[in-house]
Design a binder for this molecule. Structure first.
Ligand code: DHB
Ligand code: MG
Length: 626
C-alpha cells in the first residue's frame, strides 16, 4: 500500500509539513499549489527537499476551470496548463489533478469536454505528464464521478484518467458501488477523506469539516472496497481540509492520518470480499472484556487523601505489589492501585499531573495479539521493565502519556494477582460496587478526534453521537467510545473556565477526570457510602421537581433519589441512576452508576446540573457566584 497525504492537510511551513509527513511514515505527498507558491523555494529545490525526506510527489493539484470553455478562455487555459506542466517537470512529478470547472463561462457538453481533455492529453504527453480529472461535488457541469468517468472514457487518451475523491462521491450520496464498473487502470489517483454528518453547503462542508477516514460518518470503507475491486493499485492519499488540523500539531495530525489509512485498509480486507489488500498482516480488533485495574500515581504525602476517598467509597486495602510501593484496594472485583513510587514512570506522571490515573489495565481475549495490533496501528510501545519473577505485561501509551496495560485470562498474565501481588486475606465489606462502568478522560477539544480514532482503531469499538454539555462557563463536547466492557467518555474542553477546561489547565494536560463505578443497587450503595463519610455531591431541589415531571416518575422514587442525591435518566433501552462525589483537589471525582435494562448512555442530560453543583461545591459557602 502506497500512502500519501496532501500538504493542505497539515499545519506549518512547507518544511515543517514535510518533516511531519515523513516522520509519520507516508510514502508521498500531494503538493497543493498554494503551499508551493507560499514557500520561498524554487520548484527544483522543493522537488529535492521532498526526495531528501524519502518522499515522492504523488500529485500536483489543483488545476482549476479547464474544460468546456469558449474562446478566448479556452486558449488561456491551455497556456496556463503549459506553464504548470513546465513547473511540474521541475518539481519532478508526473500527475496533475484537474478538478471540474466552476467557471461561469463553462459550457458543458460531454463531447466538448472530452475533446478538451484529449487535446490536454497531447500537451501533457509532450511533457511526460498524466492528467487526472476529478468531479468536484459542486462542479458546474460535472459533479459526479460517473460523469467525470464518461468524459475521460470519451477523451480516450492514455495520458488522461480519472481521479476519485471519497468526499465528493459520498458527500453527494452517490452510490460508491458504481465505481466497480470503472477499469482500475483508468483510475489515476484516489483521494480519501471522511466528514461528520452535518447538513450544510457542500463546498463549505468540504473545505472546513473533512477529517480522517474513521473520524467522520461517511462510508469510506465501502468506497474503498469498490476501489479495490477495480484493481486500482496506486497511492491512497489523504486530502483533508479541516480548520482544526490546519491549526493542529503537524506531527500528531500526520500520525493520525497514517493510522487512519492502516485501519481503513484493515477494515476493507476484513469486510470483503476483495482481492488481497497490500498491507502486512496483523491481528483483528477484539472487544475489551473489562477494566481489570486502574492505577493512581501519587506521593507518600498525597496518598492518605486518596486512600481515605477510596475507603469512603467502600474499598479496603487488600494487598501490595511484591517489589514496588504500590498498594491494592479492592471491593467486589474492582481493583484500584495506589502507586507512591518516588522514581520511574509513576513518579513522572505525578510530577506532571499531580495525583492522577497513570495506568489503566484492560482485560482482552489475547493481550499479545492486541499489543501487536496496537503497534501496527502506530501506538507507542511502553515496554515493561519487570523484575525477575514478575510478569512482562505488554503496554502502550494512551491519553496524556498514561499507560494502557493489556491482560488476558489465557496466558500467564491471568496470574497477575498471585504473581505480582501479595494479597492480604481480609474480608472486604464493600459498598456494593461491582465494576468500572466507564471513565472520563478530559482533554483539549482538538485532541478528541485523535483519541477517538485511537480507541476505535485498536479495539473493536463504537462511537456514540457526540453530545454538547453546557457548563455555566462554556461548552464541553463529550464523545463516548465503547468496546465491550470498556466505556470511555472523551470530554473536550474548548473554554478554559469550564470545569473540564480548568481540569486540563490545572493538571497540565489530558488525563482521567472521573471514574464511574457500577452498582447493582444504587440506593443500598448510597446508604453504605453515607455511613462511610463519602463526600456526596448535593443536587438541588429544582432538579428533582423537573425530573419527576419530565419522566412522570413515581413520587416515592423521586423522594428516595432526592434524599440520596441520585440523578436519573432513561432511553429507549432502560433506566439509569447516578450519583457523584464532590470534586477533589485538582477537579477529579468519582461517580456511581446503576444501569437497568439496556440503557446505553452516560446521563448526559444531567451533566449541566452536575457541573453546576460541582462548581457551587468548589466555592466557599456564602461567596458570590461570580
Ligand atoms: O475545494 C476545492 O476546491 C478542491 C480542490 C481540489 C480537490 O481535490 C478537492 O477535492 C477540492
Ligand atoms: Mg479532491
Amino acid at each position: 500500500m502506497k500512502t500519501s497525504i496532501a500538504t493542505v492537510s497539515i499545519s506549518g511551513t512547507f518544511a515543517e509539513k514535510l518533516k511531519a509527513i515523513a516522520a509519520a511514515g507516508f510514502d508521498g505527498i500531494e503538493i497543493f499549489e498554494q503551499d508551493f507558491i507560499a514557500s520561498d523555494f524554487t520548484p527544483a529545490e522543493v522537488g529535492r527537499m521532498v526526495r531528501d525526506h524519502g518522499l515522492e510527489i504523488t500529485l500536483f493539484q489543483p488545476f482549476r476551470d479547464f474544460e468546456g470553455l469558449p474562446e478566448p478562455h479556452r486558449s488561456r487555459a491551455f497556456a496556463r496548463a503549459t506553464r504548470k506542466f513546465d513547473l511540474m517537470n521541475q518539481l519532478g512529478t508526473d500527475l496533475v489533478l484537474v478538478c471540474s470547472s466552476v467557471h461561469p463561462a463553462a459550457m458543458g457538453g460531454i463531447d466538448r469536454m472530452a475533446g478538451d481533455f484529449a487535446a490536454l492529453g497531447d500537451l501533457a504527453k509532450s511533457h511526460g505528464i498524466r492528467v487526472g480529472f476529478e468531479a468536484l461535488a459542486w462542479g458546474r457541469h460535472v459533479n459526479d464521478h460517473r460523469d467525470a468517468w464518461e468524459v475521460v472514457r470519451r477523451a480516450d487518451h492514455p495520458n488522461v484518467g480519472l481521479i476519485l475523491d471519497s468526499f465528493h462521491t459520498l458527500g453527494r450520496k452517490i452510490d460508491p458501488e458504481t465505481i466497480r464498473r470503472i477499469p482500475g487502470d483508468r483510475i489515476f489517483f484516489v483521494q480519501l477523506a471522511d466528514a461528520p454528518a452535518i447538513e450544510m453547503d457542500l463546498l463549505y462542508w468540504s473545505r472546513h469539516f473533512r477529517n480522517m477516514p474513521g473520524e467522520g460518518d461517511l462510508d469510506v470503507a465501502g468506497f474503498m472496497r469498490a476501489v479495490v475491486a477495480t484493481g486500482y493499485a496506486g497511492p491512497l492519499s489523504l486530502e483533508i481540509f479541516n480548520d482544526q488540523f490546519r491549526a493542529g500539531l503537524p506531527r500528531l495530525v500526520a500520525c493520525d492520518g497514517h493510522r487512519s489509512l492502516i485501519a481503513l485498509m484493515d477494515r476493507v480486507r476484513r469486510t470483503g470480499p476483495t482481492p488481497p489488500v497490500d498491507l502486512p498482516a496483523f491481528p483483528a480488533a477484539t472487544p475489551v472484556q473489562r477494566v481489570e485495574f486502574i492505577e493512581f500515581a501519587t506521593s507518600a504525602n498525597d496518598a492518605p487523601a486518596l486512600e481515605s476517598l477510596l475507603a469512603a467509597t467502600g474499598f479496603a486495602r487488600a494487598g501490595a505489589h511484591v517489589s514496588k510501593p504500590v498498594t491494592l484496594w479492592r471491593q467486589g472485583g474492582v481493583n484500584v492501585l495506589v502507586n507512591t513510587d518516588s522514581t520511574g514512570f509513576a513518579r513522572n506522571s505525578y510530577m506532571a499531573h499531580g495525583t492522577t490515573v497513570s495506568e489503566v489495565a484492560l482485560m482482552v481475549p489475547d493481550a499479545k495479539a492486541t499489543h501487536q495490533r496496537a503497534l501496527a496501528l502506530l501506538a507507542q510501545d511502553h515496554s515493561p521493565s519487570a523484575e525477575p519473577g514478575e510478569l512482562q505485561i505488554p503496554a502502550i501509551r494512551g491519553v496524556g502519556g498514561s499507560i494502557i496495560r493489556l491482560l488476558d485470562g489465557e496466558s500467564d498474565l491471568s496470574r497477575i494477582w498471585s504473581v505480582d501481588f501479595r494479597s492480604d486475606a481480609v474480608p472486604i465489606d464493600g459498598a456494593g460496587l461491582v465494576g468500572i462502568d466507564h471513565f472520563g478522560q478530559t482533554m483539549a477539544y482538538d485532541e478528541m478526534l485523535s483519541w477517538a480514532l485511537f480507541y476505535t482503531t485498536i479495539f473493536d469499538a463504537k462511537k456514540a453521537l457526540m453530545v454538547d454539555v453546557a457548563d455555566p462557563d462554556g461548552l464541553v463536547r463529550s464523545q463516548a467510545v465503547q468496546s465491550g466492557g470498556l466505556r470511555v467518555t472523551l470530554n473536550g474542553a474548548e473554554a478554559r473556565r469550564t470545569l473540564a477546561g480548568r481540569f486540563v489547565e490545572e493538571t497540565f494536560g489530558a488525563s482521567v477526570q472521573h471514574i464511574a463505578f457500577a452498582t447493582a443497587d444504587i440506593f443500598a450503595t448510597a446508604a453504605s457510602l453515607a455511613e462511610r463519610g463519602f463526600p456526596v455531591l448535593e443536587i438541588g431541589d429544582n432538579y428533582y421537581d423537573d425530573v419527576e415531571a419530565r419522566f412522570g416518575l413515581d413520587a416515592a422514587l423521586v423522594a428516595k433519589m432526592r434524599s440520596a442525591n441520585v440523578l436519573y435518566d432513561e432511553d429507549a433501552g432502560g433506566q439509569f441512576f447516578q450519583l457523584y462525589s464532590a470534586p477533589r483537589a485538582g477537579g477529579f471525582f468519582f461517580e456511581i452508576v446503576q444501569r437497568q435494562g439496556n440503557y446505553q448512555g452516560y446521563g448526559a442530560p444531567n451533566a449541566p446540573f452536575r457541573i453546576a453543583a460541582q462548581k457551587r461545591n468548589a466555592r466557599p459557602a456564602g461567596m458570590p457566584q461570580h
